[in-house]
Ligand binder design. Structure first.
Ligand SMILES: NC(=O)c1ccc[n+]([C@@H]2O[C@H](COP(=O)([O-])OP(=O)(O)OC[C@H]3O[C@@H](n4cnc5c(N)ncnc54)[C@H](OP(=O)(O)O)[C@@H]3O)[C@@H](O)[C@H]2O)c1
Length: 259
């Protein structure tokens, strides 16, 4: 039996981990910000005192891509400085850190899906902060997995692309969705299965990509959601508005490190 700590447990990924780990043979401990504030190193070390864990899955992050453009310090505090706190605590307590990163570390100029060995060049502050967090882990963590994923959505939780499109379509609202960003949408339930497999198999430490590996635009995804639910609403393609955070136009994630 393995002991697994989850930080940032009340977000999209943390909540899905909690749901899908019910009945697991392993021992899971879920901590939201109120139990462990990862920006506060004392909060982490005092929680870990007299406890041992095999893995820590960090689901906490500053994830608001637009907000990061103006709240640069807040994005750095969570995506870089707090990651340093986790690395120090995991090294001290001999815990393997699983940290989640993003396709937004790439600039989107490649013409084929990004794999782990491709050079990074983030376009926006969110991507820059996530990349700095990754780099710190790679240079300083004794035992780690960095899992880059892309375009996370949930079929069961509220307030994400899937639920927004579905709710609008059910109301009969016509939809307009951007058709000039290409990526690999990923059902968070599949990412959770990937993380379970990683904990079970313990492949070589390092950087891994995980997505659902179906290349499409946000428009294509919206059309697929409407079709899945057999709804009769029109979906129109649009182009990305100018201004705000610059997003990569092409950022599908594939992996050349299957295990
Ligand atoms: N969503 C995507 O499309 C996507 C795509 C690629 C990669 N990712 C990465 O996947 C990971 C999980 O994303 P997600 O969609 O699950 O994010 P999310 O729903 O925004 O959840 C992030 C969680 O972090 C928590 N948090 C914020 N500050 C904290 C602190 N100081 N201490 C502890 N917890 C704190 C938040 O708690 P509060 O609710 O209290 O603020 C929230 O529950 C992130 O690393 C993200 O960068 C996401």
């Amino acid at each position: 039996m393995k002991r697994i700590l989850v930080t940032g447990a009340n977000g999209q990924l943390g909540t899905t981990l909690k749901q899908q780990s019910l009945g697991s043979e392993d021992q899971w401990v879920f901590c939201g910000r109120e139990a462990i504030d990862i920006t506060d190193s004392y909060s982490i070390t005092s929680f870990l005192e007299n406890q041992s864990f095999d893995f820590c899955i960090n689901c906490a992050a500053y994830t608001h891509v637009e907000g990061a453009e103006t709240e640069i310090d807040a994005a750095r505090a969570l995506n870089v400085e707090a990651v340093k706190n986790l690395v120090a605590a995991c090294n001290e307590k001999q815990i393997t850190l699983l940290h989640i990163s993003t396709d937004y570390v790439f600039d989107g100029t490649k013409k084929t899906p990004y794999v782990e060995t491709d050079p990074t060049a983030p376009l926006n502050q969110y991507g820059k902060s996530k990349l700095q967090g990754e780099q710190y882990i790679q240079q300083n963590a004794a035992a780690f997995y960095i899992i880059r994923t892309s375009w996370l959505y949930s079929k069961t939780l509220g307030a994400n692309f899937y639920s927004v499109i579905l709710n609008k379509a059910k109301k009969g609202d016509s939809l307009t969705v951007v058709n000039d960003q290409v990526g690999t949408p990923t059902d968070v339930a599949h990412l959770v299965e990937f993380l379970f497999n990683m904990i079970k198999k313990e492949p070589e430490y390092g950087l891994y990509h995980f997505s659902d590996e179906q290349i499409m635009t946000w428009y294509d995804l919206a059309v697929a959601i409407v079709k899945e639910h057999q709804l009769e609403v029109s979906v129109a393609p649009s182009t990305t508005a100018s201004g705000g955070a610059v997003r990569p136009r092409y950022s599908p994630l594939f992996s050349n490190k299957k295990f």
